[in-house]
Design a protein around this ligand. Structure first.
Ligand SMILES: [Zn+2]
Length: 192
């Protein structure tokens, strides 16, 4: 990922400022701190989509984003899930994978939108940002379905895919048992 240089060299004195709020544009500002959309909107969409307990959603920092390939829901809460008498609806493996998908897709989309704004001069409506976000998540969901059904055909991977997405989809629709095979089952879309 490119970054904004903080060096004091005269060649780099043209520091950049956020085109939305005017603050100094560091990577931390772009991805996490900016108080305007898309930053606030995209993170709130992911948080709203999260089907597990709210306290299993970590505090997002730039470090969380950069290390998201190894990220798990907060450890103490994880232990709490494991110790409950009733088994959790979604085992931590699926929750962990979903968390990694949501955080990496969010950060990437926020970065892409920023580049389109700053470099290409584009503007984005809230509706457009919503649509782009849904599209990015559905792309991951569809890739998972295709991989599980036609590429690996591995029982364990199929189980992992179900555990990753089922909670998200159940929040939105009466999920048919064979949803993995159903192309129409997507985030943001209700089955008719
Ligand atoms: Zn800003």
């Amino acid at each position: 990922m490119p970054f904004i240089s903080g060096t004091k060299s005269p060649l780099h004195e043209h520091r950049q400022f956020c085109t939305l709020c005017g603050d100094m544009e560091t990577m931390d500002h772009i991805i996490i701190q900016c108080e305007t959309s898309p930053c606030r909107l995209i993170w709130s969409l992911a948080r709203k989509m999260w089907p597990h307990r709210p306290n299993l959603w970590p505090n997002i920092t730039l470090g969380t984003v950069m290390g998201c390939g190894a990220l798990s829901p907060p450890t103490t809460e994880n232990r709490e899930i494991m110790n409950e008498n009733t088994p959790p609806l979604h085992p931590p493996k699926g929750a962990k994978r979903l968390l990694q998908i949501l955080i990496s897709e969010d950060a990437y989309l926020i970065w892409v939108l920023r580049c389109e704004r700053s470099i290409q001069g584009q503007t984005h409506t809230i509706h457009e940002m919503n649509t782009r976000w849904e599209k990015s998540i559905n792309k991951r969901l569809t890739n998972d379905k295709i991989t599980a059904l036609t590429i690996t055909r591995d029982k364990n991977f199929r189980k992992l895919v179900k555990n990753t997405w089922e909670g998200v989809l159940l929040k939105q629709m009466d999920l048919p048992p064979d949803w993995l095979q159903n192309r129409e089952v997507l985030v943001g879309r209700r089955l008719t």
